[in-house]
Design a protein around this ligand. Structure first.
Ligand code: ADP
Ligand code: ASP
Ligand code: MG
Length: 419
C-alpha cells in the first residue's frame, strides 16, 4: 500500500484536478491520498485570521470570498459536483464561524489553527466528491481525530502511540476496495481542538501515515521533475537528483530546500520507507528516490538559499564566558519563544545565532534576553547552504552579498550574507 500526497499546485484548477484523477487511476492498488489546501488558500486564510483580530466583519467577507472561489472550482468540475459541494459547505463553515466570532478572546496560535485548517477540509471534500462521481471510489476521512498531537498550536507534536493506534483502527479498515482521501497539515488534540503541523506540513502528514500503517512507499507529486540541486525559481541551470539518501534530504530540507517539509524524512527513515518525489506534469518520469543508502555514485553540489534571516548577537554584560555560564539560559529562551536556531557561533563573551524572522516570536525572545545581555540584531540576511561544495561554487556564492558569517564542515559549507 502506498501513500500519495498532492500539494496546492496540483489541485488549483479544474484541469489540474482531472490530471490527478488520471494519476490515481494509473495505479491499481488502494491508496491513502493526502491533499493540501488548493492553490494559495492557506495564505488567504492567514489573512482572515489577521483581519479577525481587529475587524470581524472584514474577516467574514474575506472568508466568503474563499468559499466562493471553491464553489466556482467545484462548478468547473460539473454541475453535479457543484451542487453536491454547495450542500456540504455549510457544515464546514459552521466549524469555523464560532472561532472567528470570538477571535479576540482566543490565543492567536489557537485561533490560527481552528481557522486556517478550513483550507484542507474544503479541498479534500471537493476532490473526494469529484473522484467518487467519476468512478474513483474513495472514503473521505477527517484526519483530526487520527493524527493526535499536543496543544502546541501551529507546530503540533505528534503522539505516535495514539496516532498509530488510531490509524490502525480507524483508517486502515476503510482501505478495502477503495482509496482513502484525507487532509494534509492537520492534527487534533485530545480535547477535540484542531492543530496544524507547520506551514507546508502536508508532506509530513503523508510520512506520518506511512509510518503508522506501515506503507511500502510514499509518493509526493510536485510541479518539478523531482528534487533538483537548487531551487529552479532562482537558479537557471539545475540538475535533477535521481537518488538521495535520507541524510542528504534531511540536511537540505532543514536548511530551507522548499521542495519537501523537513519533518517528512525521520518517520520514513525509521521504517526504511522510500520517498518518491515525482512530477504531476510528467507522471511517467522517474522523479527522485529518497532512501536508505549512505553513498550514491554521483550527487551534484546542492545549493539551498534561505532568505529572511535574522542574526542576533548576544554579549555578556560582565565579561563572563558565554559558553560556560549562559548557554542553558539562552537555549531555554529560544525554546520558550519557539524559535529554531539555524547557525550558531560563539566567541569568549558573545554568541551569534541566526534564525528565521518572525516578528511575534522575535519580540517574545527579546523580552527574555534584553535585560541580561547586550543584544544586537542584523536583518535582512540570507543563508546559503552548500552540500558537497567545491571552492569555485563557494567563491561564486560569496559574490552575492556581504559575508557576515561562514562555516565549513566536511560536506557542507554555510554562509550568512547581507542581501
Ligand atoms: P506543493 O504543491 O507540494 O506544496 P511546493 O510548491 O511546496 O509543492 O514545492 C515545490 C516547489 O519547490 C517547486 O515548484 C520549486 O519551485 C520549489 N523548490 C525549491 N527548492 C527545490 C529543489 N531543490 N528541488 C525542486 N524544487 C524546489
Ligand atoms: N496548506 C498548507 C500550507 O500551505 C500545508 C501544505 O500545503 O503542505 O502551508
Ligand atoms: Mg507547498
Amino acid at each position: 500500500m502506498k501513500v500519495f500526497k498532492f500539494g496546492g499546485a496540483s489541485i488549483k484548477h479544474a484541469e489540474a484536478i482531472h490530471n490527478i484523477k488520471d494519476i490515481i487511476e494509473s495505479f491499481s492498488e488502494d491508496l491513502v491520498i493526502v491533499i493540501s489546501a488548493s492553490g494559495k488558500t492557506t495564505n488567504a486564510l492567514e489573512q482572515v485570521v489577521d483581519t479577525a483580530t481587529r475587524d470581524k466583519q472584514g474577516a467574514f467577507q474575506q472568508l466568503q470570498e474563499i468559499l466562493n472561489q471553491h464553489l466556482q472550482l467545484a462548478k468547473g468540475l460539473g454541475d453535479k459536483v457543484g451542487d453536491a459541494y454547495a450542500e456540504q459547505l455549510p457544515a464546514l463553515i459552521e466549524s469555523v464561524e464560532p472561532y472567528l466570532k470570538q477571535a479576540d478572546a482566543l490565543p492567536y496560535d489557537q485561533l490560527y489553527d481552528q481557522v486556517v485548517s478550513l483550507g484542507e477540509l474544503l479541498s479534500t471534500k471537493l476532490v473526494s466528491l469529484y473522484l467518487n462521481q467519476h468512478g474513483v471510489t474513495n472514503q473521505w476521512m477527517d484526519i483530526r481525530p487520527i493524527i493526535r498531537t499536543d496543544d502546541n498550536f501551529r507546530d503540533g507534536r505528534v503522539d505516535w502511540q495514539l496516532t498509530t493506534a488510531a490509524v490502525q483502527e480507524q483508517l486502515l479498515p476503510h482501505l478495502n476496495q477503495q482509496h482513502v482521501i484525507t487532509q494534509g497539515f492537520l492534527g487534533g488534540t485530545g480535547n477535540g481542538l484542531t492543530t496544524t503541523l507547520g506551514r507546508e506540513g502536508s508532506d509530513y502528514t503523508a510520512s506520518i501515515l506511512a509510518y503508522c500503517l506501515p506503507a511500502e512507499a510514499v509518493m509526493i507529486w510536485k510541479d518539478v521533475p523531482g528534487v533538483l540541486n537548487a531551487d529552479p525559481r532562482y537558479f537557471e541551470s539545475v540538475t535533477k537528483i535521481d537518488y538521495l539518501s535520507y541524510k542528504d534530504a534531511i540536511e537540505m530540507t532543514y536548511f530551507g530546500a522548499k521542495v519537501i517539509h523537513p519533518k517528512t524524512i525521520q518517520p520514513l527513515q525509521k521504517k526504511k520507507i522510500p520517498l518518491y518525489v515525482k512530477s504531476f506534469i510528467e507522471p511517467k518520469g522517474e522523479g527522485t528516490i529518497i532512501k536508505d543508502q549512505s553513498e550514491f555514485s554521483f550527487i551534484p553540489p546542492m545549493i539551498v538559499v534561505k532568505p529572511n534571516q535574522v542574526l542576533l548577537q548576544l554579549s555578556t554584560l560582565d565579561y563572563s564566558f558565554i559558553a560556560e555560564d549562559h548557554l542553558s539560559y539562552i537555549y531555554d529562551q529560544f525554546a520558550r519563544s519557539k524559535v529554531k536556531m539555524n547557525l550558531v557561533q560563539n566567541s569568549a563573551i558573545s554568541l551569534r545565532i541566526s534564525f528565521d524572522r518572525d516578528e511575534r516570536k522575535l519580540n517574545r525572545l527579546l523580552e527574555g534576553l534584553d535585560a541580561k545581555f547586550e543584544v544586537r540584531h542584523d536583518f535582512p540576511l540570507k543563508m546559503i547552504t552548500l552540500r558537497y561544495y567545491n571552492e569555485d561554487l563557494l567563491h561564486q556564492m560569496k559574490q552575492s552579498g556581504q559575508v557576515i558569517l561562514e562555516e565549513r564542515m566536511r560536506n557542507t559549507a554555510q554562509l550568512l550574507l547581507k542581501e
